[in-house]
Write a protein that binds this ligand. Structure first.
Ligand code: ADP
Length: 286
């Protein structure tokens, strides 16, 4: 279930966002951005106010997957804030919309850019901000979670102190509402999923779903499994050991790939579709 965010404890730019959901993968090319963009547009189609934050500063994919008319982020010089660009009602922020940025950046510079883009953007009232995380469990992810968790630690401290005095159960407050992990059926990918789940659990962010992407495709009335069928043992481990409630299959869909390249996102609006089910399981009511 979605956790509450105490808005007054968050950086100014994030105060008006109800849920922040990270879409993550340990490897590149498994379909993380495709899932992130589809989740965002599926939610928007269901009537939610949605934004996408592309946190991959080295290889931003949002500008390819979504083609807004205005391909540059604007600055509000008075407030020194960033105004997101927009496509089909969804607010978009990506380093790829920031004009000619530097191609080579050291770690601390990247952290600074992510911090600035995320927290000084005028997101406005949003039900969901979907964060397309860069692949891996490295520096950028931790920076991002620290940006979000610096405030949390203060809240947690106060929360613990107060709750121990009053004698109530402490309620953990985390600005990242939930994480969705994307993988492909190969064994190695599932080992990586475990790494991702551990990282988020250290940060007290619940992993609500694992999406097994490109698991199969149907042709000539037959079903094909191009990467094998995945190891049931691995799947069980992810579900049982880490308590991930939902494992979804997303088949290879030629239309999904074509839409990713054309800049017009495919909306998987069918409420029975696998992508929509993730959100039903997030406890989404929009
Ligand atoms: P990542 O963000 O993990 O690097 P992408 O979302 O950019 O991966 O996907 C890599 C490529 O695979 C893209 O060209 C995308 O269109 C394609 N792709 C991803 N998932 C699917 C799918 N289920 N069916 C067809 N093509 C897909």
């Amino acid at each position: 279930p979605a956790r509450p965010i105490y808005a007054e404890q968050l950086p100014a730019g994030l105060q008006t966002i109800s849920n922040i959901v990270a879409v993550s993968s340990c490897k590149g090319g498994v379909g993380k951005s495709t899932v992130a963009v589809n989740l965002a547009y599926t939610l928007a189609d269901m009537g939610a106010r949605v934004g996408i934050f592309d946190a991959d500063v080295y290889g931003p994919s949002l500008p390819t997957m979504v083609s807004p008319e205005n391909r540059l982020l604007l600055m509000n010089p008075e407030k020194k804030t960033i105004i997101p660009t927009e496509y089909s009602g969804v607010k978009l922020v990506s380093f790829g919309f920031a004009g000619q940025g530097r191609a080579i950046m050291r770690g601390p510079m990247v952290s600074g850019v992510i911090n600035q883009l995320l927290t000084t953007t005028e997101w406005g009232e949003l039900d969901y901000l979907i964060i397309d995380m860069p692949p891996g469990t490295g520096d950028i992810q931790l920076t991002l979670c620290q940006v979000l968790n610096w405030w949390t630690s203060i809240v947690l401290f106060l929360n613990h102190t107060l709750t121990s005095v009053i004698g109530l159960e402490p309620s953990y407050i985390v600005p990242l509402t939930a994480a969705v992990i994307v993988t492909t059926p190969q064994k190695l990918s599932f080992i990586d999923v475990a790494k991702g789940v551990r990282m988020f659990s250290k940060l007290k962010v619940p992993c609500v779903a694992v999406v097994e992407n490109m698991c199969h495709f149907d042709a000539d009335g037959k079903r094909y499994y191009p990467f094998g069928r995945g190891k049931n043992v691995d799947k069980l481990m992810v579900v049982q050991q880490f308590g991930i409630p939902h494992l979804f299959d997303l088949p290879i869909r030629p239309t999904l790939s074509a839409s990713g390249d054309s800049g017009v996102p495919e909306v998987v609006a069918d409420p029975q579709s696998e992508v929509s089910k993730i959100f039903q399981n997030l406890g989404v009511c929009v």
